[in-house]
Every structure is written in structure tokens, then in C-alpha cells.
Design a protein around this ligand. Sequence first.
Ligand SMILES: [Zn+2]
Length: 242
Amino acid sequence: MSRWPPYRLGIWLADHLRSCYLCHLHTTDYPHLTDQINSASQLDGSVASRLLCHQCHQAITWLPPAFTIDIAPAHTLVIQSAAYYIYPIQQAITAFKHREDMTKLPFLVHALRQIPRPKGCHGRNSVIVPMPTTVQRLRRRGFDPVTILTHYLSRHWQIPIWQGAVRVDNTVSQQGLSRAERLANLDTAFDVIQSPPNAHLLLFDDVATTGASLKSLAQTLLSTGHHHQLSAYALAHGNPVK
Ligand SMILES: [Zn+2]
């Protein structure tokens, strides 16, 4: 992944900043965080890294309740997000995605680290499947934010990435569409270029609102005859468009 090395800065900053990333007022060098930081190195469970002070960390609702969507008869998909798509996560995601603002990356890494590794999953029985982007979008943006975030998640969980699904290029962006339009637009949005491994597939997207994109990706993966477990994760849970 040629774009990966420069983004290591995000991890370094998330681990080494000593004044709070959000309020810039309080120190993050709290002794009570030491245990959590130690457990971070063991990669189990949620982590309060040294990026935010205690107050700022506590002010964010981490791990909002997971939501479940139907993807096929007898198949549901449970979607767990790190936080709600509101301040300060929303601003950070927007700046990173649309302006490639690297200064937001440590905070997004901090958010990703709140998602505990799924129970029973490890590097030999699971893979992470980042939400694919289109070639068009990649060309326009010059980088793929979801793949970059997925690399941090992969490092956090110690689970490899699988990128055998592609997004069909002629779909328009989901932004600004109603729920019905999103669903129609997603009918044939994905294709599989290699068979998914016989493993638990952990789908990952940056923002999950109705879960329509994750649903469509999951359906495409199921259509290959894949019969292992599927679950989904997102950095943020957006409010459905009314
Ligand atoms: Zn703070």
C-alpha cells in the first residue's frame, strides 16, 4: 500500500501528544490512563489513548448501540460504530475526507481504537473488508480515506485486510440522495473480483447512516456463496435523512 507509510504519523501523534487534542487545555498524561494504554498494546477492548484529556474523552458517546439490518432471508448484518456522526467526529471526518486534512487523523485513529476487536476474531479466522471506492472517485480525490482508516483498524485488531470487492464505476455519489434513491442507486454497485476467503468478513465504512452501502456490499459478498459470518463496523453512525 504505497499511501500507507506517510499516514503512520497519525498513530505517532495519537500516542505522543501530551496536551489535549480537542481543548488544548488539559494534559493527557493522566496516571489513571496508564492501565488502559497498557491494555492498548495488548489490543483488547476500548482504549483511551493519550490524545484527549479525561473530560473531552468522556464528553463523547463512544460505541453507540449497534443497529441491525436485513440483508437476505435469514441473514442480518449488525453494524457497530465508534461514535455518532456529530461534533467533533463529523468535522474531523469531513476535513480528512474532503480536504485530506492530516491533522485530523490522530483523532480519527483515537476513535477507531474505541471499537474493541470483535469477539472470537483474530488474524487467522477473519479479514477486514474496506468499503470499496470507485476509480473515478479515487482519481478525483487522489486518495482513498476508507482504505487508510482500515489500515489503522487492521493494526489495532491485528486482522488483515481483504480487497477483493470493487465498486462499479457508474454509480453516482450517495451524498444528498433520499433513502429510496440510495437503495436504488446501490442495486448493482459492487462486484467481486476474487472469491472471499473462508473467514469472518468484517466490513468497514467511514460513516454508516442507513447502512445501505454496507447492505449492498454484504449482499454482493453473499451472492458468491460465502457462508461464513458477516459483520460491519463504521467510524461514525449518521442520522438517517428524514
Ligand atoms: Zn480536553
